[in-house]
Design a protein around this ligand. Structure first.
Ligand SMILES: Nc1nc2c(ncn2[C@@H]2O[C@H](COP(=O)(O)OP(=O)(O)OP(=O)(O)O)[C@@H](O)[C@H]2O)c(=O)[nH]1
Ligand SMILES: [Mg+2]
Length: 257
């Protein structure tokens, strides 16, 4: 069993990609379960096999503790960890080769709270990967691109798990934009040049320094463009999963216990 956590900034396309990936995998004959870990989701675009809202629901926590949405989200994060045994038990009958996990809208709730490491441990840390979604709306400029890479690096730092870097909603990018972003992710010097091409100001200088730090600590990695809308890039995503979990063998051929 392999766990894939979709993580990204609010509205980056996590839930839609969970749905697309599940459909794509099932069409391929792969067994996959889907877990919703967003207690504040009004609705999700997939049938969750297990849904944290069964035990922890943002609106109920707001009422019960007389909290606003932000305070309640923090309480929810802790309640999620407290209820994790129930979730793991409920998931047991559905577990197949892959478990695809949707995470809360505001990524800091999952990325920066210790409760999420409790959840990762309970679901099985050994066979887990984080799929970090970069939203093109935030990462089309060189500065935005570096900022998003930093978020991805922080996520990796918090969890100490393998990470793949996805460029979501790739269908919203023009050909030139997509090419530039892919080049920035493949060739540090191209990104370096693009940062320098920006008007040199304090922000750019800081971007360059952050960029150098990322290069030095080895978080620089190639982007995989995906579009849940067009169902594109999912094979590349799956190939990355195979590389990470199975050293390149197909999941079909490997015992999935
Ligand atoms: N064009 C396009 N739009 C997309 C794609 N994936 C998601 N969207 C849109 O982006 C918006 C946010 O998608 P969600 O899947 O709800 O994103 P999320 O990260 O789960 O959002 P929160 O959980 O609310 O933070 C929706 O309007 C989706 O229809 C895509 O591949 N292409
Ligand atoms: Mg969502």
């Amino acid at each position: 069993m392999y766990n894939v956590y979709l993580i990204g900034t609010a509205g980056s396309g996590k839930s839609t990609l969970v749905s697309a990936l599940k459909d794509w995998m099932e069409n391929l004959g792969l067994e996959c379960a889907v877990v919703n870990l967003d207690p504040g989701a009004d609705s999700v675009p997939y049938d969750a096999d297990v849904d944290i809202r069964e035990w922890v629901h943002l609106n109920e926590v707001m009422d019960e503790y007389s909290l606003g949405p932000n305070g309640a989200q923090i309480v929810c994060a802790d309640l999620m960890a407290l209820n994790i045994d129930k979730l793991v038990e409920a998931l047991e009958p559905y577990r197949g080769q892959f478990t695809i996990i949707d995470t809360p809208g505001q990524m800091e709730l999952f990325t920066f709270r210790q409760s999420s490491n409790v959840i990762v441990d309970a679901l099985g840390r050994d066979r887990s990967i984080l799929a970090f979604l970069s939203d093109p709306g935030l990462s089309r400029t060189p500065n935005g691109f570096v900022s998003n890479m930093m978020l991805c690096a922080l996520t990796q730092f918090r969890f100490s798990l393998p990470v793949m870097n996805l460029l979501s909603k790739a269908d919203t990018l023009g050909e030139g934009e997509l090419e530039s972003m892919l080049l920035w992710s493949q060739d540090p010097y191209a990104l370096y040049g693009a940062l320098l091409d920006d008007d040199i100001d304090t922000q750019t200088v800081m971007g360059l320094e952050l960029f150098k730090a990322m290069e030095n600590v080895g978080v620089y990695r190639e982007l995989i463009p995906v579009s849940a809308m067009e169902m594109s890039g999912l094979e590349d995503l799956y190939n990355q999963l195979q590389q990470c979990f199975l050293g390149g063998d197909d999941a079909d051929t490997v015992d999935a216990d």
